[in-house]
Design a protein around this ligand. Sequence first.
Ligand code: EPU
Length: 464
Amino acid sequence: MDKFVIHGGSRLCGRLTVKGSKNAALPIMAAALLTDQPVVLKDVAQLADISNMQGLLRSLGCSADVVPPKTSGLDAALDPPGQVMRLHVEDESLSHAVYDIVRTMRASICVLGPMLARRGIARVSMPGGCAIGDRPVDLHLRGLGALGAEITLDGGDILARVPRGGGAGGGRLKGARIFLGGPFGSTVLGTANVMSAATLAEGQTIIESAACEPEIVDLARMLNSMGARITGAGSPRIVIEGVESLSGTTHRVMPDRIEAGTYMCAAAITNGDITLDNCPLDAMLAVVDRLEAVGVLVTEIHDKGGVTDPLRTSARITCSRNLKPVEVTTQPHPGFPTDVQAQLMALLCLADGNSVVTERIYPERFLHVAELARMGARILRQGPTAVISGTRRLVGAPVMASDLRASACLVLAGLAAEGTTTVNRVYHLDRGYEKMETRLRTLGAEIERVRDRQVAPTPAEAIS
Ligand code: EPU
């Protein structure tokens, strides 16, 4: 298993293009199951989770191939354009997402809604808990049940059927009014599942308390380009007028706001000066707000004369490292995203005073706290809240976290720490960050990937 060795202290400077969003791409790839025509996706990041989803789709009769890029040259090798992927359902008789694939990636649950709506039957292994919490799927099942699906649990699998279904041309789901709120707000992938399934249902579906995340808007945009009739995505009330069939499409995946937020924190923690192109600033207002409160300068760079897409802008991030302490609470969008909580906490370890971080989406998502403490951070955690007493310096150490964003947090801490930090088990990072070490190196970081053959990931660790 690989690890990163980081020699801290280098100031990050330079330019990066934000990659396509992992969390937008996964449900969008699954939506290719809603049609028997080809779907072409642009800007798909090269990530372990994306490869896992390709494998899952292939096991369900959908080819999922990367179209080779046409560019060449050194710059392209360092920061290549996003992948183009072609997805095409060729066999609709396969409907079982097996445990061996689902256990490697929770987002496998995304195939449930599309497969059920199109094939009339879906069997998906029930995802277990993961390092960041219990992560139930009750809201997904409640939503699909409201659309008329019969749902049972069978041998660890969720078995969902459309009554009188059982194959393309069988019974259809029925439009319904559905409330998708739960104890921690709405559900992002639950909204994706129900919205995707409702595109092929008979009649109108209204999802109340829908997730408002930009990735849901991107999915709705893609579904509408296939012929779906969805309005209201991005608000808590989504209305879907069901249609009989969907066509193929070509869609460019939105840029990754979590990757962008991570590199913003990296610039800030190293006292750096970087510019992010293809940056979805309009989807990052809460992150920008908290960074500015810390003392980081985030400036949008306007194209001379041209009309800029607010989701694909350029932003310059600079910081003098006089960091002010802040309070931050994670919330569903448009609140501060849980997926940037750990990275911001790395930065707050070096602030001048006490910061308070409260986690309202995954109250247990603090795997980074004990590891940061190994590097000299002073953090007191009580339940869903962590109080971070800023310190003048972090010190390099061997660290490890069993979650993607916690691992990113430790890389950031390593970039700012004195001495050498070894971040073990970077396969977590490979799930959600394309070539992180190469990209950080182009900005001036001293970081390298080292092969460590000793320990293999266990199934439980591989999930998130
Ligand atoms: N929840 C329920 N019941 C459900 C579903 C969710 O109670 O049926 C709870 C969860 O336990 C959690 C909250 O609702 O407390 C929100 O969970 P949600 O369903 O929105 O999470 P998700 O859709 O499974 C996606 C992202 C996560 C991100 C969350 C929250 C993908 C592939 N994953 O997960 O991303 O943290 O939304 O924004 O889109 C990551 O990228 O590192 C990551 C974990």
